[in-house]
Design a protein around this ligand. Structure first.
Ligand code: F0G
Length: 456
């Protein structure tokens, strides 16, 4: 028999407050839009109790390890297992969980050879219950929505947030409203939201337009917003970094590389790294770098052209639809953690993304295009000597291959860049393509195909 839950034992979960990232104002409650009442900047969650009694690093490590043997849902969750660094919850029965987190850390031997970085790993967040990292944040935010008694939750999304939110709302007995840009999200993601019972609105606008509308909606209707503006989401996503460090036996890698869209995830992972350092769980900070698609490069431009002082919005365009975002809401939080960890911000082209995705695929690891920007970005960072060959690197793969099968099929059939400006540049990717062949159902035909493949 596995031991019972450790939820009633050990260190007390953290008491928290909301702090404005702009003016620093501290409050015990947040308004519907999760913005500061004084200066309208975003809020983050802080743990004032750590000032008096910092959690003991060794006690935490041992407790988190032991929980793996427990049979209770909160301990089996790869998020709630780390609850001492999450907002406190009086009643563990309120937790809405699908056993999120617990994602593998893979060595990438093939990509290591390509990049010349032997110690290269991928943390595959696409193996979460709904196929993306969003589940790690959603379990916490959906739980707090339920605790606050909301009947409705809502989000704007490029697809993964909506899939995740719909699932967690359903599990938590809440209804969900999804706002997605019409024709700009993959069918796989849309189908998830539908199946999990969301009321789904395909709006004739882009993601940024959907998010703007949601901000107005939450002021008018008793609907709890579950975008990453919601700081509970980011607290849950912190556990991606906690679990990663645990998998590395608390030896920090030199670099962690994440894709950047609305910039919630990079902010969350950065916050986790800073907190881990402050508590003494790690002794030095990895550099956290963010990679964007060239066509959705708001943070790249904000840092290069405005030195991080004001957001430069862009009209976003990329086939990596998950990160097709022009006005990232959490840009200030992300700029802060890049600065605090000494990370870089880079952009990669559509052809570079497609190539990187296929190269990750060759390892037997499937991710969606938005995740592949990490490998494409790493190649650039190696060229710039920002990443040295003897350093260790972890790529955060944010979504599963099956999230966007159309992209993969178009790539292998050679249709992805047909008629586009990248068509000639993409010719270089021919050797990575594996188009399906249609044959007569004869042994001869299959044997010939096998022989040809053996020669190529
Ligand atoms: N990768 C994937 C697969 C995503 O779905 C997203 C964001 C990101 C990376 C970027 O993360 O926004 O925290 O910087 N998807 C959101 C959505 C916006 O609605 O599903 P971020």
């Amino acid at each position: 028999m596995p031991p019972p839950s450790t939820s009633a034992l050990g260190v007390r979960p953290a008491d928290f407050r909301f702090r404005c990232i702009g003016c620093g104002d501290l409050t015990d409650s947040a308004s519907q839009d999760f913005r500061c009442m004084k200066c309208t900047d975003l809020l983050e969650i802080t743990y004032h109790c750590w000032k008096e009694t910092k959690p003991d690093a060794e006690t935490l490590k041992a407790m988190w390890r032991n929980r793996r043997l427990s049979s209770s849902p909160v301990d089996l969750s790869g998020v709630w297992r780390f609850r001492e660094l999450l907002p406190s919850l009086d009643d563990a029965r309120l937790v809405v969980t699908l056993r999120e987190g617990n994602t593998p850390l893979y060595e990438l031997a093939h990509c290591a050879r390509i990049t010349g970085v032997p110690r290269l790993f991928a943390k595959h967040q696409g193996l979460n219950p709904t196929g993306s990292f969003k589940d790690c944040g959603m379990t916490v935010a959906a739980t707090f929505a339920r605790r606050a008694g909301f009947r409705w939750v809502a989000c704007a999304s490029t697809g993964n947030t909506s899939a995740s939110m719909a699932a967690y709302a359903a599990r938590g007995g809440m209804r969900s409203l999804v706002l997605v840009p019409e024709g700009q999200i993959s069918w796989s993601k849309l189908s998830q939201a539908l199946d999990y019972g969301a009321v789904t609105c395909q709006l004739r606008t882009d993601f940024d337009g959907c998010l703007r509308l949601l901000q107005e909606l939450v002021q008018r209707a008793p609907v709890y917003q579950l975008n990453s503006i919601n700081p509970f989401r980011l607290e849950g996503q912190k556990t991606i970094a906690l679990e990663l460090l645990e998998q590395l036996d608390w030896h920090p890698p030199d670099h962690i590389i994440v894709p950047g869209g609305n910039l919630g995830n990079s902010s969350a992972i950065g916050k986790a790294l800073l907190e881990m350092r402050d508590i003494g769980l790690i002794s030095r900070l990895p550099r956290l770098s963010v990679i964007q698609a060239e066509g959705a490069n708001a943070l790249v431009r904000t840092l290069r052209e405005a030195h991080g002082q004001r957001l430069i919005s862009v009209q976003a365009e990329t086939r990596a639809t998950a990160i097709r975002i022009g006005s990232p809401a959490s840009w200030k939080k992300a700029a802060h953690v890049l600065d605090a960890t000494g990370g870089a911000c880079e952009q990669v082209s559509e052809v570079e993304i497609a190539q990187a995705k296929a190269e990750i695929g060759v390892e037997g690891i499937g991710c969606e295009p938005a995740s592949a920007v990490t490998l494409a970005g790493l190649k650039k960072l190696v060229k710039q000597e920002f990443v040295k060959p003897d350093e260790s690197v972890v790529l955060i793969l944010t979504g599963n291959l099956l999230k966007d099968p159309d992209y993969t099929i178009e790539f292998h059939r050679g249709e992805l860049f047909k008629g586009s400006a990248e068509e000639s540049a993409s010719a270089a990717l021919e050797s990575l393509r594996r188009a399906p062949v249609v044959l007569d159902a004869t042994l001869d035909a299959v044997m010939r195909t096998l022989e040809q493949a053996e020669k190529s």
